[in-house]
Design a binder for this molecule. Structure first.
Ligand SMILES: N[C@@H](CCC(=O)N[C@@H](CS)C(=O)NCC(=O)O)C(=O)O
Length: 315
């Protein structure tokens, strides 16, 4: 069975999308207590520019100035039954670390019996010759809290201790209803499961819209991990989730605050330049064959991400 054909199987009896549980969950630690010490040049981050979970790590790595510390490479946005592949193309190329042809090789070298999906983002350790983690929520947190010795001067504190409970609480509901909510809608295999995902998604977007009417950022009056997690879903929303995943009650451009907020982030250093709409659109529309069997990639929408946003007036 092809990987893509497996998608419908990843649903519960009532047709709801269920995200896999398999993951590799070691941690990079400042003191090395995990066996994976924070050492410059030791780790490599594999990403797809299409993937919202990988996109978080790309943004955080850039904002913290970790480019010289953790190397990174990009897979081909088109994934077939063999999984993510390293191929020459615009914005991606051969595997610079082990010469792998497919990301699956990194997983199987780590654990020859690995039974999960071969997902991005994941981090390779040059010293032990294996993956450290593919657990995306840990990757950005470890960059923020364990690699602090290597942050660039003036790097933002994206996960300040005093805000962590609030950030975690906002992340939890936004993950459930928005970040993963769009997937629940898109991969639903029953009308009921689809409608319940779309309901929850747009109720949560209304909640975020209200929250952002009186504050510039999601938590604590400053840019945090929570904003980065929401941004990578918002930036894909009108381009792919609205059509491809049928999240079409409203577009992000229809929400004054969410749309201003998304542009505010997009227009600052470290955000817009990491967004590749070509990889994003080709990945989703050409990879999920059970949703878009013709693999035709829509031309639109035309969205002006550079329009002024007026968010600086908010606290
Ligand atoms: N590792 C995570 C999330 C990351 C993730 O889903 N990445 C997607 C791209 S957005 C991926 O690599 N999918 C490959 C596949 O499903 O074969 C998970 O286990 O759910």
């Amino acid at each position: 069975m092809s990987l893509n054909a497996q998608f419908p199987a990843e649903t519960s009896a009532d047709g709801a999308f269920v995200r896999q549980n398999y993951s590799i969950r070691d941690r990079i630690t400042a003191d090395g207590s995990s066996g994976f010490p924070a050492v410059p040049g030791r780790y490599h981050l594999y990403v797809s520019l299409a993937c919202p979970w990988a996109h978080r790590a790309i943004i955080v790595r850039g904002l913290l100035g970790l480019e010289p510390v953790v190397s990174m490479s990009v897979v081909d946005p088109i994934r077939d039954e063999r999984g993510w592949a390293f191929r020459e193309g615009r914005g991606h190329g051969p595997d610079p670390i082990c010469g792998f042809q497919f990301l699956s090789e990194a997983y199987l070298r780590t654990d020859s019996s690995f039974a999960g999906r071969y997902t991005v983002p994941c981090i390779w350790d040059r010293v032990t010759g294996r993956l450290v983690t593919n657990n995306y929520p840990d990757i950005t947190i470890d960059f923020e809290t364990q690699l602090t010795a290597f942050h660039k001067p003036g790097a933002p504190d994206l996960y300040p201790e005093r805000l962590q409970p609030d950030i975690d609480a906002v992340n939890a509901v936004i993950y459930e209803d928005v970040n993963n909510g769009v997937y629940k809608a898109g991969f639903a295999a029953s009308q009921t499961a689809y409608e319940s995902a779309v309901d929850a998604l747009f109720r949560r977007l209304d909640w975020v819209e209200a929250r952002l009417s009186s504050q510039r950022y999601l938590v604590g009056g400053q840019l945090t991990e929570a904003d980065i997690r929401l941004f990578t879903t918002l930036v894909r929303f009108d381009a792919v989730y609205f059509g491809h995943f049928k999240c079409n009650l409203r577009r992000i451009v229809d929400y004054p605050n969410l749309w201003g907020y998304a542009r505010d982030l997009f227009q600052r250093p470290g955000f817009g330049e990491t967004v590749d709409f070509d990889h994003i659109k080709r990945h989703y529309y050409m990879t999920h064959d059970h949703i878009n069997p013709t693999r035709i990639v829509p031309m639109g929408p035309i969205v002006d991400w550079l329009a002024p946003h007026d968010r600086a007036r908010l606290p």
